[in-house]
Design a protein around this ligand. Structure first.
Ligand SMILES: Nc1ncnc2c1ncn2[C@@H]1O[C@H](COP(=O)(O)OP(=O)(O)OP(=O)(O)O)[C@@H](O)[C@H]1O
Length: 360
């Protein structure tokens, strides 16, 4: 019997998650040999506990039902396990939140029939996980304007729908935000800048489809770091819509780097967001845990394929022992599962030089 363990956040997506899950479950229950086990979260932080417990109880396919906050919590639960225990688990998401950027970044289909097939029997591939000041994240961690937007978005009334939450929060924050002087260390290379934000992407997007780190791949062992410099407010306003296509990186004050280890110090304490949750204040240290978990989805088919491919043409060549880049990966899509062991976050001590990526 193929047992799927669902960790359902009943309040995600402003309560939409229960309806989304009911539809999916109806499809799954018609699939021979599949059994759904459903655990509901009871409050903030509970998804973390449930995901860890599910793994310890031996469930092999663990699915978070909710948005990026639920994924973030469940992922942190899995990262509490040993690499060997994590390696036995296929983790996935049923997108039922407001933003659903993890689902977007991992190419999860919206159609319930396609999703049911993928969750029940689709391949699981190794995915990197980021860690910032001890908190694991799947998509993007950041400091500066974006973290302030996340803080405001989390405080907005729940009737504001989906991506609009972030647009409202961004406009509100813009009216009062001041850029900050920061020192950024990218794999040993130091940058000193006045910035609007620094976004460190394991995945490409956040905020309901904003491709803040276009070209980021969750399976390449590196972060894509976007440093948005001392942009005046009118430029921010004109750049905001471009973030949805990833074209903001063409602005001369926006720099893009690849790095595995990042440290950021700021002139004043800045809130740090990871997957849209405020997790710390600056200074912050981030590193990639390569192939940390196995995820169900089509990692090579993230929704920013066009921008990613555009960016990949300018990537610096890598040495033979490095993971494949976007430009050298095999064609994305279902196929043999690549079985690589999951990594121990404390064993990847490699330090490399941050690479500037010329996007324009
Ligand atoms: N039973 C519960 N009651 C109240 N809050 C909960 C419960 N279970 C989980 N939560 C909290 O709900 C919050 C929102 O969940 P989540 O982020 O998944 O949905 P969302 O905000 O709609 O989606 P997104 O993050 O993609 O915009 C999380 O921060 C989580 O801690």
């Amino acid at each position: 019997m193929n047992e799927l363990l669902f960790v359902v956040n009943p309040v995600a997506g402003h309560g939409r998650s229960l309806r989304v899950f009911a539809r999916l479950r109806a499809v799954l229950e018609r699939v021979p040999g599949v059994r759904c086990v459903v655990w509901h979260t009871r409050g903030p932080g509970h998804a973390r506990e449930l995901a860890e417990r599910a793994a310890l109880e031996g469930y092999g396919r663990i699915l978070a039902v909710g948005g990026d906050g639920t994924v973030h919590e469940a992922l942190n639960g899995l990262m509490a396990l040993s690499p060997a225990a994590r390696g036995r688990i296929a983790f996935g998401v049923v997108p039922a939140g407001s933003g659903n950027d993890f689902a977007r970044n991992t190419g999860i289909p919206r159609d319930p029939a396609a999703l049911a097939t993928l969750l029940a029997s689709g391949p699981a591939s190794p995915m990197d996980v980021g860690v910032v000041n001890g908190h694991y994240f799947a998509n993007v961690a950041g400091v500066g304007f974006d973290a302030e937007v996340a803080r405001q978005a989390n405080r907005l009334p729940k009737f504001v729908p989906g991506a609009l939450t972030y647009v409202f929060a961004a406009l509100w924050t813009l009216s009062r935000y001041r850029n900050a002087a920061v020192r950024i260390v990218l794999d040993g290379e130091i940058l000193e800048r006045r910035v609007m934000l620094v976004a460190v992407g394991n995945g490409a997007g956040y905020g309901g489809g904003m491709r803040i780190c276009p070209g980021a791949r969750m399976d390449d062992g590196t972060f894509r770091v976007v440093v948005a410099g001392d942009l005046p407010k009118p430029s921010v306003l004109s750049l905001l819509p471009k973030v949805f296509s990833g074209r903001h990186v063409e602005h001369p004050l926006v720099e893009v780097y690849d790095a595995r280890h990042v440290r950021i110090e700021a002139e004043r304490p800045l809130a740090v967001q990871a997957d849209g949750e405020i997790v710390a204040a600056s200074p912050l240290s981030l590193e990639v845990v390569p192939s940390a978990v196995r995820v169900i989805g089509l990692l090579g088919r993230s929704s920013d394929a066009t921008t990613r491919d555009h960016a990949a043409t300018a990537w610096a060549p890598r040495s033979a022992d490095e993971p494949p880049t976007a430009g050298t990966s095999p064609a994305p899509g279902p196929g043999p599962v690549v079985e690589r062991p999951v990594a121990d976050p404390h064993q990847d001590g490699r330090v490399d030089t941050g690479r500037r990526v010329d996007i324009a």
